[in-house]
Design a protein around this ligand. Structure first.
Ligand code: NIG
Ligand code: FE
Length: 403
């Protein structure tokens, strides 16, 4: 039988009771990659205590679930610092995109890069996120925009999950932009995206399907076709919705059972009850809001009142959110979007896992994956309080301490 491992001397923030779920003088037992028991050390059942094989002293740290970054575009080549300069000289994000820059400029760089080079740069970025306690990471394609280049990016994402102590979920975002080879033929490009999907899925490269539904992205009708192709294969869907304009993409995605709708600055309050009924998570991306200097806020108060679960993510990408700090996003979710620290922390754990359709992580409870972080902090509200630095002491991934 697999070893029973005791992790003792920590304050636990289990996030199991719709609150922090704090346990002072807490202890946890793990067996293999799962949590077997968690609670106050004084209440550990004697028959389990006797069977402990290995013990770790957590040194009075604060333990939380491993962090989950549920929206990233980690695999790409080059950067867009020049476009940042152009924007500061007066051009808009939309104008740059319409002039062939934006996503298309990253597509050109990504297509020209080897798989090895894409892996190396993505690995460095993944390690930055991991250093801050990220144990699960979603990675989208969307900078290849041909069957071959999208497959290459998704293979890189899969390889990261195999070679790093990190759980990776892949998302096919073929409908990110119309590539230059389909210029003016968005409709035909969507046909191609729908054709590629079964092939990519058969190669085991796709966990979910996303699209960018916006005035500089794809129409509602195009998005719907991509979703129908995904659903025909039984793949979960999610959407970049209502970021720069209101297309009512969130309502359409939710009505089809989408896992999440992401961005949502232009979400209309009338579409919120549907998200709630369909169990769709609202993924808030304060990094893109900040970096694009948006002024319109997502309707956080209405989402909260309706009881829509809110997640928070980096949206790491070279154009609108070149950040590699999920904790900074938690801080910005509070300062910019007015989430409470509890909501922000739930947003990078519990609700982020839910946004990925994963119910085996994001909280500390028996049966959950033993993914957790020990922090040199007293209270979990500090995760959203300090910014620009972090206090990770140790990260445990599937029961094993990361080197
Ligand atoms: O999530 N909105 C579309 N996609 C990305 C930005 C992509 C880019 O500018 O390269 C986002 O913000
Ligand atoms: Fe994004």
């Amino acid at each position: 039988m697999t070893n029973l491992v005791l992790w003792r001397s920590a304050r636990m923030a289990t996030l199991t009771d719709n609150g922090w779920g704090l346990i002072d003088h807490g202890a946890m037992l793990t067996r293999g990659e799962r949590i077997e028991w968690v609670g106050p050390a004084s209440e550990m059942p004697a028959e389990l205590r006797q069977r402990v094989d290995t013990e770790h002293d957590l040194g009075h740290t604060l333990v939380t679930p491993g962090l989950v970054d549920c929206h990233s575009h980690l695999v790409y080549a080059g950067n867009r610092a020049h476009e940042f300069e152009l924007r500061l000289n007066g051009l808009s994000y939309e104008a740059i995109a319409q002039a062939g820059g934006g996503i298309r400029s990253t597509v050109a760089a990504t297509r020209a890069a080897t798989e090895e080079a894409l892996f190396d740069s993505a690995e460095q970025r993944a390690r930055r996120l991991m250093a801050e306690g990220v144990t699960t990471l979603e990675i989208k394609s969307g900078y290849g925009l041909s069957l071959e280049a999208e497959a290459r990016c998704l293979r890189v994402a899969r390889r990261l999950g195999r070679e790093l102590p990190l759980s990776v979920q892949t998302t096919f975002l073929g409908a990110h932009a119309v590539p230059p080879d389909f210029d003016g033929r968005a409709d035909e490009y969507i046909d191609a995206v729908c054709d590629w999907l079964p092939d990519l899925h058969a190669q085991g490269l796709v966990d979910a399907v996303d699209a960018f539904c916006d005035n500089i992205g794809f129409s509602l009708a195009h998005t719907r076709r991509v979703f129908d192709a995904a659903r025909a294969l039984g793949l979960p869907i999610k959407l970049h919705a209502e970021q720069l304009s209101n297309q009512h993409g969130a309502a359409m995605a939710a009505s089809l059972g989408a896992l999440s709708c992401d961005h949502l600055e232009h979400l209309s309050e009338a579409d919120i009850p549907l998200m709630r009924r369909c169990g769709t998570v609202a993924v808030l991306l304060p990094g893109a809001f900040y970096f694009l200097r948006e002024t319109r806020l997502p309707p956080v108060a209405a989402l909260r009142t309706a009881g829509v679960p809110m997640a928070v993510s980096t949206d790491h990408n070279p154009g609108s959110s070149p950040s590699l700090s999920l904790l900074l996003m938690a801080s910005m979710a509070c300062t910019l979007f007015r989430l409470t620290p509890l909501e922000a922390v739930q947003g990078i754990t519990l609700n982020a896992a839910r946004a990925l359709g994963l119910h085996d992580r994001g909280k500390l409870a028996p049966g959950q994956r033993a993914d957790f972080v020990a922090w040199n902090l007293d209270h979990p509200n500090e995760l959203a309080y300090w910014f620009g630095h972090h206090a990770v002491a140790r990260t445990i991934q599937e029961g094993r301490e990361r080197p």
